[in-house]
Design a binder for this molecule. Structure first.
Ligand SMILES: Cc1cc2nc3c(=O)[nH]c(=O)nc-3n(C[C@H](O)[C@H](O)[C@H](O)COP(=O)(O)OP(=O)(O)OC[C@H]3O[C@@H](n4cnc5c(N)ncnc54)[C@H](O)[C@@H]3O)c2cc1C
Length: 511
């Protein structure tokens, strides 16, 4: 196993591991490890326990909350060399399962499923390996994210509207606990009763975790530990942001890939687009409903250079991206008439839709969706040259459907009142839109932070979550408190203290 010792060496050779996509920094590790096996990982954790040294797990570092940013003097464990797909197999329930090391990226899983026979790690039951047949549904946009990172944050994406978040696709996790002891957590094996959950580690130690008394919100949520009646123990670890155990192997369910038809439909007003989303939510086989506010569409056309994206229909600057899974018994053709009728009522039509049938059309849709965050980051980098403190302030709230329209209006009023530049887009199907505020100077940064806080207050008051998919990490802790309150936070801390009494794993995340 490769080990880099000493702060200077780490800073010089691996400066990129000092922060994640949030660009938040908090120190330099004393040692950087690159484990290749479960045994390597166990050895590191045992040493950390013996020397009471905090330890941070590093995946693709695409987190935007500081979750994978190391603290000063810790051990940093980078999973880049634990990136093998280990096996493809069938469960007793006839599900197809893929077992992976934690550092395998979503890109690597995608490539394996696309062309498994060319893959250097081809293993498992040969009859299951069919090029392009299988599909791993979670799609949290950034393909350099690792499987463990997405499990630790319970990541979701556009298709979570249909397939739900990562937790729904995880079958088992091998976990290294804070003292180096290990256990395999299989979905369906251990549940919480009204008081607690009991399990035995591989060393034969019994661990009893008290049940937290709060119940998780029913809306999409990635804030705090998951807690529900009769919940499966594995769900406690999923979304725990690496604070309860380190994942050394993960088994996911894969499913046959559906035929997907996609489109981007333009509307003249926000309420027309919201109305179409309402219609789509009631239709069958809709995988994704994504929204682009006029702030995003206009920003794209004003800032893109040398990109071949056709003009949007005149006067129509609000857009909804949708995906439909087509099956032989339910072809797209069959539903087109009803959709067109609805679109006409909302001042749009299939004529105002870019479709994604062939490869070229799919590419245009993909560029449209991917360019916006890239251009926002470019803009921020430009502003940073003059105002280094300036950063993107972006929300990750989801709201109960019944409150969504009115609360979103309130968000916009706050932003407009302060005359801030913002770009809004996101997962409208789940009532989960990101607002990216671009402060143009330090004064605007202060205003943006104030507005952000007010948005969190409005969200919590309306029964929403302060983080639907990115998690809390190190930079959203005050909002976790705002959302749950002191008792619930104490319950979470109690669970943490049972599993990690020395507070070594990902110290500084969540609390
Ligand atoms: C452009 C862009 C778009 C994004 N879009 C989305 C989106 O649509 N949906 C979404 O949910 N997120 C999105 N994200 C955020 C990010 O991609 C996710 O949070 C992702 O799950 C992080 O994975 P990672 O491998 O990069 O993890 P990291 O950033 O390295 O770490 C994230 C957390 O996982 C922990 N961790 C890593 N490895 C392990 C391990 N082996 N055991 C235990 N804990 C571990 C880390 O300690 C940390 O707490 C986006 C980010 C970017 C930059």
């Amino acid at each position: 196993m490769q080990i880099i010792s000493g702060k200077e060496a780490i800073e010089e050779k691996y400066p990129e591991i000092l922060y994640d996509e949030s660009r938040f920094t908090s120190g330099i590790p004393q040692k950087l490890y690159f484990p290749e096996t479960k045994e390597d990982l166990t050895e590191i954790v045992k040493l950390a326990d013996k020397t009471a040294t905090p330890i941070i797990s590093i995946g693709g570092q695409t987190s935007i909350t500081g979750a994978s940013t190391p603290e000063d003097n810790c051990f940093a464990v980078n999973f880049i060399k634990m990136n093998r797909i280990l096996s493809i197999n069938k469960s007793n329930e006839n599900e197809c399962l893929l077992s992976c090391q934690p550092g395998v990226t979503l890109q690597e899983i995608g490539s394996f499923l696309e062309a498994p026979l060319n893959f250097k790690y081809k293993v498992g039951r040969a009859e299951l390996i069919k090029s392009g047949y299988w599909f791993y549904p979670p799609d949290p946009t950034e393909l350099t994210a690792t499987l463990a990172g997405t499990v630790a944050t319970n990541a979701s994406g556009a298709r979570s509207f249909y397939y739900k978040s990562t937790r729904n696709h995880i079958k088992s996790i091998s976990i290294v606990l804070a003292d180096g002891d290990t256990f395999n957590c299989y979905r369906g094996d251990t549940f919480f009763n009204s008081k607690n959950a009991l399990f035995k580690t591989d060393n034969g130690k019994s661990i009893c975790i008290d049940k937290m008394q709060y119940t998780n919100t029913k809306i999409k949520n990635a804030a705090g530990y998951y807690s529900n009646d009769n919940m499966d123990l594995i769900d406690l670890f999923i979304g725990s942001e690496g604070t309860l155990g380190i994942f050394s192997e993960i088994t996911v369910k894969i499913i046959p890939r559906p035929d997907i038809i996609s489109g981007l439909t333009f509307f003249p007003e926000r309420q027309n687009a919201f109305g179409f989303a309402e219609f789509l939510r009631k239709q069958d086989n809709i995988l994704a409903i994504e929204f682009f506010d006029s702030s995003a569409v206009n920003f794209l056309y004003e800032n893109m250079e040398n990109h071949k994206i056709p003009d949007a229909p005149k006067g129509k600057t609000f857009a909804v991206y949708w995906e439909f899974a087509e099956y032989a018994e339910k072809p797209f053709e069959e539903i087109m008439e009803a959709w067109e009728e609805e679109l006409l009522k909302l001042h749009s039509s299939f004529d105002d839709t870019w479709s994604g049938f062939d490869k070229k059309e799919m590419e245009t849709l993909k560029s449209f969706r991917h360019l916006i965050p890239e251009l926002i980051n470019n803009k921020i980098s430009e502003i940073k040259k003059k105002y280094p403190e300036v950063r993107k302030i972006s929300t990750d709230t989801a709201l109960p459907g019944k409150n969504f329209n009115s609360v979103f209006e309130e968000y916009i009023k706050l932003l407009d009142y302060e005359r801030l530049t913002y770009i809004s887009f996101g997962h409208l199907g789940d009532y989960h839109l990101h607002i990216n505020i671009i402060p143009k100077n330090n004064v605007e940064l202060k205003k943006a932070l104030n507005v952000y806080k007010k948005i969190m207050e409005l969200t919590v008051k309306a029964g929403g979550t302060v983080s639907a998919e990115h998690g809390i990490g190190k930079i959203k802790k005050e909002y976790l408190k705002m959302m749950y309150g002191n008792n619930e936070i104490s319950e979470m801390k109690k669970v943490k203290s049972i599993l990690d009494p020395k507070n070594l794993l990902n110290r500084g995340n969540l609390f």
